[in-house]
Write a protein that binds this ligand. Structure first.
Ligand SMILES: NC(=O)c1ccc[n+]([C@@H]2O[C@H](COP(=O)([O-])OP(=O)(O)OC[C@H]3O[C@@H](n4cnc5c(N)ncnc54)[C@H](OP(=O)(O)O)[C@@H]3O)[C@@H](O)[C@H]2O)c1
Length: 334
């Protein structure tokens, strides 16, 4: 089977398709034929080895190719010993946890554990399942777990138009937020309103949210601790999911640590998140999509074989919603 790989840290042009042995699901694993995949910023952090601190976790044996990508959707083609919850032929979607990802999801086939997948409802296309997986888990866990969101809370999503942000706006409403507001650039204001944002602040026009907020979900980490303090209610929380800038050594970790220190000085709660891949939360996302309560916006589909082009676009940091990769499903029969 073919898989997108890299042998040395590289930019998207250095990613290459290789013929690899067909993977065999071991005990407690299933094999999925990939119908669609999607791209996430963590993927390029891994293949670029940027920031350097990440290389401690992602170092591969010299010259040994690593796979690329976490999110996938497709059909189960083989079941390993001891798996009783799935059958061959079922459609599933999911994501490979970044901490254990060596073989990637941008491939003809992916081996997965049942905890990393959930059934994909008939009405949901493969690309929507793939596109929602990591971003949806992150948005849900940022609101529910790190942010301890309660019905009636006033929530701000900073970076509202990206993969995580546009799902967080919708999920906050699904969880009963009293109001959901968003920060984005001019070209995305309409999309935020369509997704149900009660107020939108265009940072390219110098608009700053006022609040007071119970919870700020932040994917970009551009606001100072002082600014955040001024817009939070007493007891309010900021959950920082990612950061735009950061040095070569710590990357997004640098601004996130600085914010945590600033929050201590200014007296508000600052949390961060490491997304936990789990079946129950994926199943919740699937149910919301099947009932039309949650919709993933896909700015553009690429052929799976053109994943390098999708990464070149993703790395510019301006994607509206998500980018999806669609496999050409081989024809069967006559
Ligand atoms: N901690 C975790 O476990 C975890 C999990 C998933 C993701 N993350 C991190 O979370 C971050 C967001 O991920 P993502 O998938 O949502 O990324 P993404 O889809 O690439 O985000 C792109 C979006 O960022 C917005 N943006 C860019 N500059 C902005 C600014 N100055 N102010 C406000 N918005 C801005 C863009 O909107 P405009 O064009 O409107 O500016 C665009 O819609 C990344 O750093 C990622 O690594 C962390």
């Amino acid at each position: 089977m073919r898989a997108l790989t890299f042998a040395n840290y590289t930019d998207p042009r250095g990613l290459s398709w290789r013929e690899l042995p067909m993977p065999v699901p071991g005990p407690g694993q299933v094999l999925v034929r990939v119908g669609a995949a999607s791209v996430n910023p963590v993927d390029w952090h891994i293949y670029r080895g940027d920031p350097w601190v990440l290389r401690l976790k992602t170092r591969s044996k010299a010259g040994e190719p690593r796979g690329v990508g976490e999110d996938f959707a497709g059909i189960i083609t083989e079941i390993g010993p001891g798996v009783s919850e799935y059958r061959v032929g079922e459609r599933v979607f999911g994501t490979i946890p970044a901490a254990v990802q060596v073989a990637g999801a941008i491939a003809d086939f992916v081996v997965a554990q049942p905890q990393w997948i959930a059934r994909l409802p008939h009405s949901v296309p493969d690309q929507d399942g793939a596109a929602v997986a990591l971003a949806g888990l992150t948005a849900l866990q940022a609101l529910r777990d790190a942010g301890a969101m309660r019905p009636g809370h006033r929530v701000l999503v900073w970076g509202g138009s990206g993969g995580v942000g546009h799902l967080a706006v919708q999920i906050a409403h699904l969880m009963g937020a009293g109001a959901v507001e968003a920060v984005c650039s001019s070209r995305n204001v309409d999309m935020m309103e369509e997704l149900g944002a009660d107020a939108v602040f265009d940072y390219t026009r110098g608009e700053t949210p006022i609040g007071p907020y119970d919870l700020v979900i932040d994917t970009v980490c551009t606001a100072s601790a002082r600014t955040l303090r001024s817009m939070l209610r007493p007891g309010g929380t900021v959950v920082t999911i990612g950061a735009l800038s950061g040095g070569r050594l710590l990357g997004p970790g640098g601004p996130i640590i600085r914010r945590a220190l600033g929050a201590k000085v200014r007296g508000f709660k600052a949390k961060t998140i490491m997304t936990r891949v789990n079946h129950a939360d994926l199943a919740t996302l699937a149910e919301w999509m099947a009932t039309g309560k949650l919709g993933v916006r896909i700015e553009r589909d690429f052929p799976l074989a053109a994943a390098q082009d999708a990464y070149a676009v993703l790395e510019q940091g301006k994607v509206r919603g998500k980018l999806a990769l669609v496999a050409r499903v081989p024809k069967t029969g006559g």
